[in-house]
Design a protein around this ligand. Structure first.
Ligand SMILES: [Zn+2]
Length: 173
């Protein structure tokens, strides 16, 4: 396993639409392992391959321990949301591609999603709460959407201008 470099906004590669994988083979499984390794390394909850500049519909999620529930890490290739609840939730989201920026995002509270697991098996999952939020955030990445794209343009531009300044500062060192 190897930790991957993560792209940070603003970066046009984060807005590319990731392409479906034909089959979860050894190379995709290695990518899944690398994503999980990177996730642990960066202390995140979820990571999409596109955040490492790899244009494939693959994500890794591990919520760890939250509110007394221990979640297991899992992988999704070609995830597709099949159903969303009309009930919504507001969650404070962050993103490894928008380091140190957080904002409230409103999304459906519950979803049903189909995907291929690490053994190339079709799976269906019902998720709610934080897990549903995290899966939707990662699937957004596969479609070139960041959580700030759900905010007003005022809030989005404020975060982007801060990130631009931070990047400039880093580049100047
Ligand atoms: Zn993210």
């Amino acid at each position: 396993m190897a930790a991957l470099e993560i792209l940070t906004a603003p970066d046009p590669r984060l807005h590319l639409k990731a392409l479906p994988v034909e089959k979860v083979d050894r190379s995709i499984r290695k990518l899944m392992d690398d994503l999980l390794d990177t996730l642990y390394h960066k202390n995140g909850l979820g990571l999409a391959a596109i955040q490492a500049g790899i244009q494939k519909r693959v994500i890794a999620i591990d919520l760890g321990e939250r509110e007394g529930i221990t979640y297991k890490p899992f992988f999704m290739a070609n995830p597709e949301i099949q159903w969303i609840s009309s009930m919504t939730q507001k969650t404070t989201e962050g993103c490894l591609s928008l380091p140190n920026h957080f904002a409230n995002v409103i999304r459906p509270f519950e979803i049903k999603v189909s995907y291929l697991d690490e053994n190339n098996q079709k799976q269906a999952l019902s998720a709610k709460g934080l897990l549903a939020d995290c899966i939707q955030h990662e699937i957004d990445h596969l479609n070139g959407t960041l959580f700030i794209d759900h905010l007003s343009s005022l809030k989005r531009n404020l975060i982007l201008s801060k990130l631009r300044k931070e990047k400039k500062h880093k580049g100047g060192l």
